[in-house]
Design a protein. Structure first.
Length: 196
C-alpha cells in the first residue's frame, strides 16, 4: 500500500507544520490522508512507528537531493542544498544537527523491535542515522560522485577531506546562517576550484 503510506506520511508532515508532534493525533492523520485509522496502524504500528517512518523518509529525500545537487553543481550546490533544505524542513534540520525540539518527533537512533510485515516499516524501525552518520554518508557520496579514475591515494584522501569540510561548513551554516550568498563563498574559499 505504498500510495496510502506516502499519503499518511504527507499528512503527518503537514500536521507537524501546524502543531507540535505531541498534539498530532493519529485519527487526524488518517482522516487527512483519506484512509482508515486501521490502515494507518497497519502501516506504522504506532505513533512512534509513524515518527520513525517520517524521519526516515525526510532524511532519504535529503540524501537523494544531495546526490542530485552533486551531479548538477558539485560541492557548492551540495552546500546550498543542505542549508536550504535544513532551513525549510525541521525534521531534516534536527536529523542533521541532532537538535530535536519538543515540537518534533524524537525517535531513538537505535533500532527498535519490529513485528511489522511492511518492508518499508521494518527499514524505518532499523537504526536511524546520527548527525555523524550523515556527515560520513554525504562525504562518501560526494567523494564517489566527484572522484575520477586514476586518482592516487593522496588525491582520494584530499578529495574526501574536502567533501567532509564542505558538509561540515554547510551544517555550520544551518546553525549560524551566513549573509546572503555566504555558503557558496565559504565553500569556494575552503576548497577552491573543486567547489563547482
Amino acid at each position: 500500500m505504498p500510495a496510502a503510506r506516502e499519503s499518511l506520511l504527507d499528512a503527518a508532515c503537514a500536521a507537524l507544520g501546524r502543531r507540535a508532534w505531541s498534539a498530532v493525533r493519529m485519527v487526524d492523520v488518517a482522516a487527512a490522508a483519506s484512509v482508515s485509522r486501521q490502515t494507518l496502524y497497519n502501516e506504522f504500528g504506532s505513533k512512534d512507528g509513524l515518527a520513525r517512518a517520517l524521519v526516515r523518509r525526510e532524511t532519504d529525500l535529503y540524501l537523494a537531493g544531495a546526490d542530485r545537487a552533486l551531479r548538477e553543481g558539485g560541492l557548492e550546490a551540495l552546500a546550498d542544498w543542505t542549508t536550504a533544505t535544513a532551513r525549510c524542513n525541521p525534521v531534516v534540520r534536527a536529523a542533521l544537527t541532532g537538535c530535536w525540539s519538543e515540537r518534533l518527533p524524537s525517535p531513538t537512533l537505535s533500532a527498535v523491535s519490529s513485528p511489522s510485515t511492511v518492508p518499508a516499516q521494518r527499514r524505518a524501525n532499523g537504526p536511524l542515522p546520527s548527525p555523524a552518520d550523515f556527515v560520513c554518508a554525504v562525504r562518501d557520496r560526494a567523494s564517489a560522485a566527484l572522484g575520477a579514475p586514476g586518482l592516487d591515494r593522496a588525491q582520494e584522501q584530499r578529495l574526501a577531506r574536502d567533501c567532509e569540510l564542505v558538509v561540515r561548513l554547510a551544517l555550520s551554516c544551518v546553525v549560524a546562517p551566513p549573509e546572503e550568498g555566504g555558503v557558496g563563498r565559504l565553500v569556494r574559499d575552503a576548497v577552491g576550484p573543486r567547489a563547482g
